[in-house]
Write a protein that binds this ligand. Structure first.
Ligand code: NAD
Length: 261
């Protein structure tokens, strides 16, 4: 079977763990050359090694997505290495939960900075290369929380709604340059980011950890199932490999029916 991303070049942030690591491996398996970026450079290197061991081509980059110079440098390194940039995946993220009245401003700002400002900086650096090429695919990592609120997650929900707006603006701005823009909005996936929340939410909501999983995380799915890393990677590969620019400005929601767009 032909590889879906043969000959393309991708840059993926937050690629040292969870969804970003899985997507990086999936992109490489489909023939993409992948710049794997993470603030934890050692974990970015591990992902790059996993790709190399599987016969793929990867470049590990230590990058804090809130540092404009580091983002510009990472994107430039990617283009210097492979001569082009086809896909950007703005995936780096964190989660901090508190009720608003107890939310330290510093922590609120940190969540918005990494998700929203990080996505903006990566977009700005990427389109500088994509516009002259007259092609490219911008992929944002949203969440069901780009569409639905949850208590305790004011910073995360606000940032994820804002990224949906950014993705839509980039469909309009990128369109005339041949660049498309879409956002993936998964339901809960069992990654370190989610595992950390289970005891935190149990404490803040005064319920058991089992209730956090069954009622809060899966309660509104149609089948009480978690979304998987594979589900998210499949959507990302599909968006990166889509043959035309017909699919732009869209939010795709792999969430077992939690949110129906
Ligand atoms: P994760 O914690 O497993 O991975 C996140 C990665 O981002 C880590 O490797 C971390 O080092 C990196 N990172 C954090 N701050 C960074 C920064 N400033 N610069 C660069 N890298 C940074 O989490 P995950 O679950 O894989 O989440 C990845 C993305 O998917 C996030 O945007 C998250 O909001 C989104 N998401 C996750 C879920 C889920 O249920 N896990 C659901 C919907 C959306």
């Amino acid at each position: 079977m032909p590889q879906q991303l043969e000959g393309t070049v991708a840059i993926i942030t937050g690629a040292g763990s969870g969804i970003g690591r899985h997507m990086s491996l999936a992109f490489a398996a489909e023939g993409a050359r992948v710049a794997v970026c993470d603030i934890a450079e050692d974990r970015a290197r591990e992902t790059a090694q996993m790709i190399a061991q599987a016969g793929g081509d990867a470049l590990a980059i230590g990058m804090d997505v809130t540092d404009e110079a580091a983002v510009n440098d990472g994107v430039d390194q990617t283009v210097a290495r492979w001569g082009r940039l086809d896909t950007m995946v703005a995936n780096a993220g964190i989660q901090i939960v508190h009720p608003v009245e107890d939310f330290p401003y510093e922590e609120f700002r940190k969540v918005v900075d990494i998700h929203l400002h990080g996505s903006f900086l990566l977009t700005k650096a990427s389109v500088r290369h994509m516009y002259p090429q007259k092609s490219g695919s911008l992929i944002y990592m949203g969440s069901v929380h780009s569409h639905e609120p949850s208590p305790l997650k004011s910073a995360y929900v606000a940032a994820k709604h804002a990224i949906l707006g950014l993705a839509r603006v980039m469909a309009r701005e990128g369109g005339p340059h041949g660049v498309r823009s879409n956002i993936i909005c998964p339901g809960f996936v069992r990654t370190p980011l989610v595992e950390k929340q289970i005891p935190e939410q149990a404490r803040d909501l005064n319920i058991s950890e089992q209730d956090v999983v069954e009622k809060i995380m899966l309660g509104r799915t149609v089948d009480h199932e978690f979304t998987t890393l594979q589900d998210v990677s499949d959507v990302a590969v599909f968006l990166a490999g889509f043959r035309s620019n017909a699919l732009t400005g869209q939010s795709i929601v792999p969430s077992h029916g939690w949110y129906m767009a």
